[in-house]
Design a protein around this ligand. Structure first.
Ligand code: GLP
Length: 263
């Protein structure tokens, strides 16, 4: 795992946007796995700016979102469909037919989940999966105890996740849907590269468990230790509980040095 520690959220955003821009310039039909939550908003804004000012082209990009709440319509103001349109899709030249988000209804969900997995495979697999992390170490909506081999399915959200997401529902915990459809941990692990972003002190414990703790279903993000190409980009506040933070900074500094020397 590569751990990139940046002083601020703005710098974390800049580094992650550059990684996606460079990948997109190399592969115009990049397949992106996308996350919601407040953490990736800055990344989407940065990519939208690159589109507007430098003409970064998303016309051939295909996207698959990690998850969606069950039981609210796609046009609900708090749905992840609405979130993605507002924060990203409407701001770039992506084709609506290339954007995939799990459906927000539980009707025939098993068939839907199978089709979602098949669509990812048909697209050639996910090149870069953007991830956030929950305070309890969840990725997507794979709550603690999720099978590390799980596939796209319905999950019940924990009380901690309901509370964390309540601010998006007017602060009312009861208004947050209790279930969601989410890519599984196994689905996420098949992405060619994972880019996990974490910002703020509230994520420090989850990050320390995910990076330096044992691999366990209790902390679903810890499975990324087994992923061959995961980059975690975190700010100082999210990094403060890491024991080897100086080493991670040294690794990154050395890599930058080699790159600047043309290696
Ligand atoms: C939700 C999403 C996750 C996201 C997490 C953290 O649970 N399903 O994909 O990583 O929230 O969100 P935030 O970035 O707002 O802390």
């Amino acid at each position: 795992m590569e751990i990139i520690v940046q002083p601020t959220y703005a710098q974390l955003v800049a580094v992650s946007a550059e990684i996606i821009r460079d990948a997109l310039l190399k592969k115009p039909n990049l397949v992106l796995g996308l996350a919601t939550g407040s953490t990736p908003i800055g990344l989407y804004e940065a990519l939208a700016r690159m589109h507007k000012t430098d003409g970064l082209d998303f016309s051939e990009v295909i996207t698959f979102n990690l998850d969606e709440y069950v039981g609210i319509p796609p046009n609900h103001p708090c749905s992840y469909h609405t979130f993605m349109e507002m924060h990203f899709f409407n701001a770039v030249n992506i084709r609506p037919e290339n954007c995939h988000i799990p459906q927000s209804t539980a009707v025939a969900h098993e068939e839907f989940c199978e089709r979602y997995e098949a669509a990812i495979v048909d697209a050639g697999g996910i090149d870069i999966q953007v991830l956030g992390i929950g305070k309890d170490g969840h990725i997507g909506f794979n709550e603690p105890s999720s099978s590390l081999g799980s596939r796209t399915r319905i999950k019940t959200l924990t009380q901690s996740t309901l509370e964390a997401n309540a601010p998006h529902f007017g602060g009312v915990v009861d208004a947050v849907p209790k279930m969601a459809i989410t890519m599984g941990v196994g689905t996420i692990m098949e992405a060619k590269q994972c880019l996990l972003l974490a910002s703020g002190e509230s994520k420090a414990e989850a990050i320390s468990h995910a990076v330096e703790g044992p691999i366990t279903a209790e902390v679903p993000a810890s499975v990324l230790q087994m992923h061959p190409r995961t980059i975690m980009i975190i700010d100082e506040a999210a990094a403060w509980q890491l024991k080897r933070v100086d080493y991670y900074k040294q690794v990154y500094a050395n890599k930058q040095k080699l790159l600047s020397q043309g290696h």
